[in-house]
Design a protein. Structure first.
Length: 342
């Protein structure tokens, strides 16, 4: 059997660990051949490939990013995109495809599976917002990076009696903000699932200063105020999947807090540093297990599925379970963080 592998969407710590596990087990246990498709769905769409074997996977376990490259190409927005993919898979002699990606990449995989393409999905996102799996790889790395940043900012905030607003990733789900905020001892955590009242935020800031400590706010990029003004956009650009570029809520909050409270406020935007560099041990472990599970599904001819972590087990679920709806922070989970506000 000849198997294609691609990585789509934003880069994420652990992608290379998945690729390595898929190839190592596929070659050693099943005698499969592999071909790497470059730059997400652009690869099978345009027939862009690279060799992919055990030799190409040596030394990549601790590396961030992806040796296959990535993109946000959406073949369903391209004329004859689906047929072009089918034709290029046939040209390469590909019998099955392992698609590693998040909501958008796996959304394409789900549609292709419905159209007869043999696809197995691997869930990837630092936002941890894919339903069907307890955790996605990349999330632990992002939380650790954000937590380290918060730890470092505490001393600066207190030395200068400043408010520091830390903006982290999280378009529709606030998992990174919630976990890093709790772990880093943040004074306030703001997430997309719970619209915030700026008056309440400022009251908490003042309360924190009264305790002789400076406030640290952690805010998801997709957080919105209750006044209905909506998400803060970096620009009006829209990608191939209809997503606008978010960014700026941290700066917007810092300015508003300083104006209302008189306290000097600064915004720190962690941005892409959250998803770059070396993956944590947990993410390497989880990504490796996902890769082993994915190639196992290919060997069994079990297509149209996604591997997932449930408890301590790697299981297979229908692709639609991973992309049908987002996994968001519940009010009960947010309430745990609220205990420490102010």
């Amino acid at each position: 059997m000849r198997v294609g592998v691609l990585t789509g969407g934003g880069d994420c710590p652990g992608l290379n660990a998945v690729i390595r596990a898929v190839v190592r087990k596929g070659v050693k246990e099943h005698g499969f051949e592999f071909v790497g498709f470059r730059d997400g769905w652009k690869g099978p769409l345009e027939g862009i490939t690279m060799p992919l074997g055990i030799a190409e996977c040596r030394g990549i376990l601790p590396r961030g990013g992806t040796i296959l490259g990535s993109s946000r190409t959406n073949p369903f927005k391209v004329d004859d995109g689906v047929q072009r993919i089918k034709d290029n898979l046939a040209v390469e002699g590909v019998d099955a495809l392992v698609a590693i990606g998040g909501e958008d990449t796996l959304g394409v995989a789900t549609k292709l599976a419905d159209l007869g393409v043999n696809v197995v999905g691997v869930p990837k996102t630092i936002d941890n917002d894919l339903s069907g799996t307890d955790f996605t790889f990349g999330f632990d790395t992002a939380v650790n990076i954000a937590t380290e940043a918060i730890d470092r900012l505490h001393t600066t905030a207190e030395s200068h009696h400043r408010v520091l607003v830390v903006e982290v990733m999280g378009r529709h789900a606030g998992w990174i903000a919630l976990h890093s905020g709790i772990a880093g001892g943040a004074s306030i955590v703001l997430i997309p699932e719970q619209p915030f009242d700026i008056d309440e935020v400022c009251a908490l800031v003042k309360k924190r200063f009264e305790s002789s400590f400076a406030p640290i706010l952690v805010v998801s990029e997709g957080a919105v105020p209750k006044d209905g003004s909506g998400m803060t956009l970096q620009s009006g650009e829209v990608d191939a999947f209809g997503h606008v570029r978010l960014g700026g809520i941290g700066d917007r909050l810092a300015k508003e807090i300083e104006q209302r409270t008189g306290a000097e406020s600064r915004a720190v935007v962690l941005g892409h540093v959250q998803r770059g560099g070396t993956p944590t041990a947990f993410d390497r472990w989880l990504a490796t297990r996902f890769g082993l599970g994915a190639i196992g599904a290919v060997a069994d001819g079990d297509f149209g599925v996604m591997v997932a972590l449930r408890g301590k087990d790697i299981v297979r679920v229908p692709l639609i379970e991973g992309t049908g709806e987002l996994k968001v922070v519940s009010p009960e989970e947010y309430a745990e963080a609220q205990v420490f506000f102010g």
